[in-house]
Write a protein that binds this ligand. Structure first.
Ligand code: HEM
Length: 215
């Protein structure tokens, strides 16, 4: 395991974010549980898979294109792209929160760090946008560089969440995987799985607790 993989893995046992994660989840999950149609729509039941990864291409694409425009001296276009990136962010945030609130403990930890990195990038791009209107391009370009770094880090963490931890895999439907004609994914986690993970972490063992029938 290299240093990047070790760092991403270490986020799974970061208990310092548990308090904030639980407070946020206590607001989001009951709200969506009372509105099952909205919950399923945001988690992509209509598409057959999570829709967060599709929606995040909008801000990421706009910010990346803005960086190219800045390099080419196309300041006006860069500013418009940053406006579009900021305007497309709520869709990514809402679908991300809906998915995150239904994940297991270790995934929620990584997800919260991912959300904080994305919040940092949004603040940087907002400051970039404001600077381009008020104080000029130099400060605006500086904030955009910081924003792109934060969105890159957030993407790496999101990738770990999706591909290493399997977040979002078969979470979009109540139906078992077999019922939608797919290979079965990991079985849904239960509170006792979370407790087992906590015990493992408290005991200094950071590996994921074994889940019978799971991955
Ligand atoms: C502008 C805001 C955001 C961006 C650009 C973003 C970006 C990403 C990216 C690139 C991935 C990896 C997807 C893949 O390659 O398959 C991801 C996954 C994920 N993100 Fe976000 N994210 C944002 C906001 C949030 C927020 C606020 C949350 C809530 C905590 C969140 C929760 C998740 C979850 C649960 C996953 C894993 C499941 C999945 O792939 O759908 N994201 N995100």
């Amino acid at each position: 395991m290299n240093a990047v993989q070790r760092w991403l893995k270490s986020l799974e046992s970061r208990q310092s974010v548990d308090g904030a994660a639980e407070r946020l989840r206590a607001r989001v999950r009951p709200f969506l549980r009372d509105r099952p149609a909205l919950d399923k729509a945001l988690r992509g039941e209509w598409a057959g898979h999570a829709i967060h990864p599709a929606l995040v291409t909008l801000p990421i694409g706009c910010y990346s294109a803005a960086a190219v425009c800045d390099l080419l001296g196309r300041r006006e276009t860069a500013r418009h792209l940053i406006s579009l990136g900021l305007l497309s962010t709520p869709g990514a945030v809402i679908t991300g929160l809906a998915e995150w609130s239904d994940l297991d403990l270790r995934q929620r930890r990584v997800g919260l760090v991912h959300a904080m990195a994305n919040a940092t990038s949004s603040v940087c791009y907002l400051l970039s946008w404001l600077s381009r209107h008020r104080s000029g391009d130099t400060a605006g370009r500086g904030w955009a560089v910081l924003g792109l770094a934060a969105v890159g880090a957030a993407g790496a963490i999101g990738g770990h969440l999706t591909y290493a931890q399997g977040a979002g895999v078969f979470r979009w439907s109540d139906r078992p995987a077999e019922a939608v004609g797919e290979r079965p994914g990991p079985r849904p986690r239960t509170p006792s799985d979370d407790a087992a993970d906590d015990d493992a972490t408290a005991g200094g063992r950071h590996e994921r607790a074994t889940r019978p029938g799971g991955s």
